[in-house]
Design a binder for this molecule. Structure first.
Ligand SMILES: Cc1cc2nc3c(=O)[nH]c(=O)nc-3n(C[C@H](O)[C@H](O)[C@H](O)COP(=O)(O)OP(=O)(O)OC[C@H]3O[C@@H](n4cnc5c(N)ncnc54)[C@H](O)[C@@H]3O)c2cc1C
Length: 395
């Protein structure tokens, strides 16, 4: 087979999912990941629509279901922990803000890795530092000093993709800052969540959230509105200082969450940003998931886009293994409308999610209470149907 060897940068969601489908179609995938092991961390991600269908086609739906988080819904609380608005999951038959299948991102990464570790080559603790393409392949240089050749290179290395930088240009050409930041990390279960995902909004565009997970811990989320900040993405203590300064004096469980933050081994902090590009491929290099079309946690369908993108990209490569350019074109054309829908932000964008003043917070709570009632409920349900906005081909 021509174009048989495929190097995938990034072992998050899209990378291992692509390795799975490439292997199934007879390709030889190699995955290089900068972290020493599949990265844990992140909140629950929803599996709905086409993303869920891809997992089902992989034969992994039962494994995912066995690890799903038992969440009854989503509620806002005030500074003293009193509930001010709630949205039960069953109101939307598991297709609302909390989906029927919510799984911790780190657990999904691990499931996808376990399903592919035998069939794909994994290189941890390494990354691509140079790409040089000629007529029949790409010469790849790794940080470890190794040099190897591959037929195709895929950047599935997230919002700050190294492959995108090497093959397409600097990040600022493609990444749009939406006006906020978000941190996620594991904390001890406060004991009073009762299977609800609780959030507290405070003036100044601050939102804190805690959601239950299985086994005595919970996932905390701290988010704030802000123009782009200058900080070192590798300096975790400095990022934690930013969160401590922003959330100083905020009530509810926030002091407990901040106290637990330095002990978390899965701390993750990043900007709320989207990636928009005219083309997701150049020569023998192509982008998948957040690297090419990040929607941000606010849009909420990043995992679905990465899973669906992996399925379509592998399928199209298998349809014309001797013509990668035709395959990349069909991948992009087939995904574009779906990606545009998935990138649509909920009304108000970051400011709608993290209102600035006490009055706006009260109005947001009121509007959430309305959303649970007819006829608004039908409108909200429509918001989530975009997860189905693609028909998966059989390859
Ligand atoms: C730790 C973590 C937690 C997250 N938590 C959430 C969340 O709670 N909610 C949410 O909506 N989204 C979250 N995201 C983003 C979410 O995973 C993606 O939007 C979505 O699943 C698409 O996946 P992806 O495979 O494209 O990217 P990602 O899941 O981001 O995976 C990218 C992978 O590439 C690796 N990588 C980065 N740079 C390089 C490099 N130069 N060379 C090699 N490897 C590299 C990263 O370590 C990571 O493993 C999180 C991402 C990460 C990395």
């Amino acid at each position: 087979m021509v174009n048989r060897t495929v190097l995938i940068s990034g072992a998050g969601i899209g990378g291992p999912a692509l390795a799975f489908w490439l292997r199934r179609h007879g390709f030889a995938p190699t995955v290089v990941e900068v972290a020493p092991a599949p990265r844990p961390g992140g909140h629950a991600v929803d599996l709905r629509g086409a993303g869920r269908e891809v997992v089902e086609r992989m034969g992994l739906l039962d494994t995912v279901r066995a690890q799903r988080v038992d969440e009854r819904g989503f509620a806002y609380v005030d500074g003293r922990g009193r509930w001010t608005a709630k949205m039960p999951a069953d109101l939307f038959d598991g297709e609302g803000l909390v989906a029927e299948i919510e799984i911790m991102r780190g657990n999904l990464t691990r499931i996808l890795y376990d399903a592919t570790r035998e069939g794909a080559e994994y290189l941890f603790d390494d990354r691509i530092t140079g790409l040089s393409e000629d007529g029949d392949g790409v010469k790849v240089t790794f940080a470890s000093g190794t040099v190897r050749r591959f037929d195709i290179v895929v950047g599935a290395d997230g919002l700050h993709s190294g492959v995108r930088r090497l093959a397409f240009g600097p990040e600022q050409e493609f990444v749009r800052h939406l006006g906020g930041y978000m941190g996620y990390f594991t904390v001890p279960d406060p004991g009073n969540l009762d299977h609800w995902f609780l959030m507290h909004g405070a003036p100044g565009g601050l939102v804190a959230g805690i959601r239950p997970e299985n086994g005595g811990t919970a996932k905390a989320m701290l988010s704030f509105t802000s123009p782009a900040l200058d900080y070192d993405r590798r300096d975790v203590p400095a990022q934690q200082d930013i969160l401590r300064a922003k959330f100083a004096g905020v009530g509810w469980l926030v002091p407990q969450v901040l106290a637990a933050m330095p002990g978390a081994d899965d701390f993750y902090f990043d900007s709320l940003s989207q990636v928009h590009m005219g083309r997701w491929y150049r020569g023998r290099t192509v982008l998948l998931g957040d690297a090419g079309y990040c929607g941000s946690p606010l849009a909420g369908l990043g995992t679905a886009m990465a899973l669906v993108g992996a399925y379509v990209l592998a399928g199209e490569l298998s349809a014309t293994p001797d013509d990668h350019e035709a395959a990349f074109t069909r991948y992009q054309d087939g995904m574009r409308a779906y990606v545009e829908q998935c990138q649509t932000l909920p009304p108000g964008g970051v400011k709608g999610f993290a209102p600035n003043s006490g009055l706006m917070i009260r109005m947001r709570n009121l509007s959430m209470a309305m959303m649970t009632r007819w006829p608004w409920r039908a409108l909200v349900a429509k918001q989530f149907q975009k997860a189905d906005a693609i028909t998966l081909k059989d390859y």
